[in-house]
Design a protein around this ligand. Sequence first.
Ligand code: AMP
Ligand code: GLY
Length: 422
Amino acid sequence: MNILILGSGGREHALAWKLAQSKKAGRIFIAPGNAGTGTAGTNLNIDPEDFASVKKAVADHRIGMVVVGPEAPLVGGIHDFFLEDEFLRNIPVIGPVRSAARLEGSKDFAKAFLTRHNIPTAKYKTFEKTNSFEVESFLRTLEPPYVIKADGLAAGKGVVILEKIEDALAETDAIINGKFGNAGLKVVIEQFLKGIELSVFIITDGKSYKLLPEAKDYKRVGEGDTGLNTGGMGAVSPVPFAGYDFIQKVKVRIIDPTIQGLRDEGIDYKGFIFFGLINVKGDPYVIEYNARLGDPESEAVIPRIKSDLFDLMEGVAKGDLEKRDLVIDDRYVTTVMLVSGGYPGHYEKGYEISGLGNTEQCILFHSGTKNAGNKVVTSGGRVMAVSSWGNTMNEALAGSYSNAASVSFRDMYYRKDIGFDL
Ligand code: AMP
Ligand code: GLY
């Protein structure tokens, strides 16, 4: 069966790399993909949010399954578009329908869902123009710092953490008044939770689920977790502090009630759920839900899946995931993201990447790369993720770092301290 993967980052390269190994998979197409995905399958120059073009690609390439990488097409309703279309109706989409993607697309929806189902999360309240006069009194019930979140998708820039109540008031006001356009007509203000974060992933057919490997992501650009937030500078899997007892708590307190909650609300969830969690003194709390896999977490998580990922996706499509096998590699996988100098601020693109053939015992998952003639050049802030295996975290990191040093492009930067806190 031919598969179409939507997206263009390292996560989609990891998905393409893994699905291409399945004996049951036919040809792999990636839209729009990057220079790396082009080595695992065939890139199609299509915008994943242009559903009419996606439909045409499905027909032209006799696609039998669509795997959605990023959140935007899910929140935009691509799965619903398939279900409502006579020609597309029977083609499975791995990724939830719009009503379920709201778990990621609306922080207010996610917090209300968590609260309805008694799932541990930070105390919160949602504000909009009509109740904005209550913001200050709510802030006074919280201890600083204050966590202020725009309700909708804001390209990862919608969350700020502020020490002073005046700043929190000003930020709330700015968001309510359109700082993020429609993404911010509502604002969620939360209690600040102190702990260490991790990302937990499941794949579900809406009835049962399989727990995928967890990972820790490094979001800040600078070493020691300093500087601006990025899409993610590296990841480690497994997470040493997420032992058996902790993961049991995650299952019982968070994953099971999430699946049950979706069922109770009549939402048929088919795809991945990414639980952004924080470990507060041994107890897990939900910081956020995402309706997809993480990036760069996927570049550490997917290489640890030994079983056929296509078989699991077929289980999602057919609703018999329970009968499918998931075998996980016990070894560590670490990934280090090579980024363009200046990222996440201004950076240049179009620099030639050299040394791609010099790496060994690692996988280079491309993110912001493209082909230019017979060269591979940079085309984004996050350029590629260097993933390596090891029996210990340090062994895996040594592989990621020695291979990172084999690749080069002008102004290349990467964090040298991934895993420093574990
Ligand atoms: P989100 O987009 O909701 O994941 O928030 C972005 C980042 O802000 C998270 O990864 C956390 O580092 C931080 N954050 C969000 N909510 C909280 C909270 N309630 N307490 C502490 N940190 C938070
Ligand atoms: N690495 C975090 C994310 O994918 O949202």
